[in-house]
Design a protein around this ligand. Structure first.
Ligand code: ADP
Length: 472
């Protein structure tokens, strides 16, 4: 089929010009190969029933004739009928259109590479997944994975289909399976890569295993306590009314703890499962925090210093999840700060990454500070920072790196206070999913501050670059 298409050089333009007088139809379409190559195929039918399939490639001036030819060949690849008849030419055109539309609409990223390592075909999913720039033509520059580049070379050599699993850790865990299949066109070999995202399946498998391990380990202690008290109440304490009340009270506390553990573990699993999918919704961070503060009992509200401004502070975030961040940090500040400690909530907006970090760590003299998670560097991003400060006992420096680990509780501050050790882990995973950052700053005797900064939607930003809603 591709051979039957006349080469551009073979076109006899004077003859074509004559025939063009009786041509009535011309059609063109854009082929999104490497995003910046425009190919126009003009198919024409003559009034007398004679056929001329004229075509030429309108590649950008920067594209060589050889590259343009490759693109033409790609076009012909999908043709399933001979272009030598009128019907055949229409079929070719329709088949090409059909194949392109099908590949473009495929939800999995698809890439086509030629034997020189040039990326000659992409679809929308692959352009989104790899942020392929217009003009980017080297496959190895788009996917910088030596094992994948090697596998593609191998498929070119052997002509045999291969599949490969790839894992990435940054910015979040991602598991993908790549199928690499060769195909021939016009005596040249090409390779088609189709990428299947397996993150959700892999994560849910891991979550299930983690959940079972954590749940059974953490629930065992309170459950054993409850069983022990039941046995005592049925035996030696059967007629002891005072002991019964006391034991029932302890059993109630243990049952409460078990129920909190299960609900925290479920939240954590749910968030981890979605962590590789960044949210796209816009939420007003100030309103979300305000609502959490207003939902607290009045005696706790009195200890909180927070005043939201009139303007919304938009973040790219899921409303329920950003509320959970605020709820967990405020709850910790109230709980671990102690009854005498006031809690200050400070929101700052439209900050670049460095300024967001600075605003998160206000640099108390003598304080230790540590980022617990940070987003990838993106110079164009602006962030909104939420800082929750208490004036409690503070946390010793050596504990900071372990905060946000599942079930990690600092003995000095946690003793005697209820908690599951999952609150900060939940905050960290939500922040990761939102491609934001989490920072702790603490000074013994002075207090602790946890700060979160989340990306903001630039299209909703104010003209000025920084808004301090409430300077603490
Ligand atoms: P939980 O509060 O359920 O124990 P978290 O993950 O929220 O779990 O917190 C982990 C540990 O970090 C707490 O047990 C506590 O020891 C310490 N911590 C958290 N916030 C503060 C704070 N504001 N001040 C002092 N210690 C804190």
């Amino acid at each position: 089929m591709p051979e039957s298409l006349p080469e551009p050089a073979a076109l006899n333009w004077p003859v074509i010009a004559t025939i063009l007088g009786v041509l009535v139809v011309a059609c063109g379409f854009i082929f999104g190969l490497t995003q910046n190559v425009i190919m126009t195929l003009i198919g024409a039918t003559s009034v007398g029933g004679s056929l001329l399939v004229g075509w030429f490639l309108g590649a950008e001036a920067t594209k060589s004739a050889a590259e343009a030819r490759i693109l033409a060949e790609k076009d012909a690849l999908f043709a399933s009928a001979s272009p030598e008849t009128a019907q055949g030419s229409v079929l070719v055109r329709d088949a090409v259109r059909f194949a392109r539309a099908a590949i473009e609409a495929t939800p999995n990223p698809v890439l086509i590479v030629d034997s020189a390592g040039r990326l000659v075909g992409t679809n929308q999913a692959s352009r989104d997944r790899f942020s392929i720039d217009a003009g980017q033509v080297r496959f190895s520059a788009v996917i910088r994975r030596p094992n994948l580049v090697d596998a593609v070379s191998e498929v070119f050599k052997t002509g045999e289909t291969r599949t490969l699993s790839i894992e990435s850790r940054v910015p979040v865990d991602r598991y993908e399976r790549v199928s690499i299949a060769p195909f021939e066109a016009d005596q040249e070999r090409f390779v088609l890569l189709s990428i299947q995202d397996e993150t959700e399946a892999r994560m849910s498998e891991r979550m299930r295993a983690d959940f079972l391990a954590n749940a059974s380990h953490e629930l065992r202690t309170p459950l054993a306590g409850i069983i022990g008290f039941i046995e005592t109440l049925r035996g030696p304490a059967r007629d002891d009314a005072v002991a019964r009340d006391r034991f029932l009270e302890i059993m109630h506390l243990q049952a409460d703890r078990m129920s909190r553990l299960i609900s925290d573990l479920l939240s954590l699993s749910r968030i981890e499962l979605n962590e590789h999918v960044a949210p796209t919704a816009r939420s007003d961070f100030a309103a979300a925090v305000q609502e959490i503060v207003e939902s607290l009992p009045p005696d706790k509200q009195k200890r909180i210093e927070f005043k939201a401004g009139d303007d919304p502070l938009w973040v790219i975030g899921d409303w329920d999840e950003i509320q959970q961040i605020a709820a967990n940090l405020i709850d910790n500040a109230l709980k671990y700060g102690g009854p005498q400690s006031d809690v200050r909530i400070i929101l700052s907006a439209w900050l670049d990454r460095d300024s967001a970090l600075k605003s998160a760590m206000r640099e108390w003299d003598g304080a230790s500070r540590l980022p617990l998670t940070s987003p990838e560097v993106d110079r164009d991003r602006l962030y909104c920072t939420l800082r929750v400060e208490d004036s409690g006992p503070g946390i010793a420096r050596q504990h900071l790196p372990r905060l946000s680990e599942r079930f990690y509780r600092v003995e000095e501050t946690a003793t005697g206070k209820s908690g599951t050790g999952l609150g900060l882990a939940i905050v960290k995973h939500i922040v990761n999913r939102h491609r934001g950052g989490l920072v702790v700053e603490s000074e013994q005797g002075r207090g602790t501050a946890f700060s979160v900064y989340l990306p903001q939607p630039l299209e909703l930003g104010p003209v000025r670059t920084m808004v301090e809603v409430q300077a603490g």
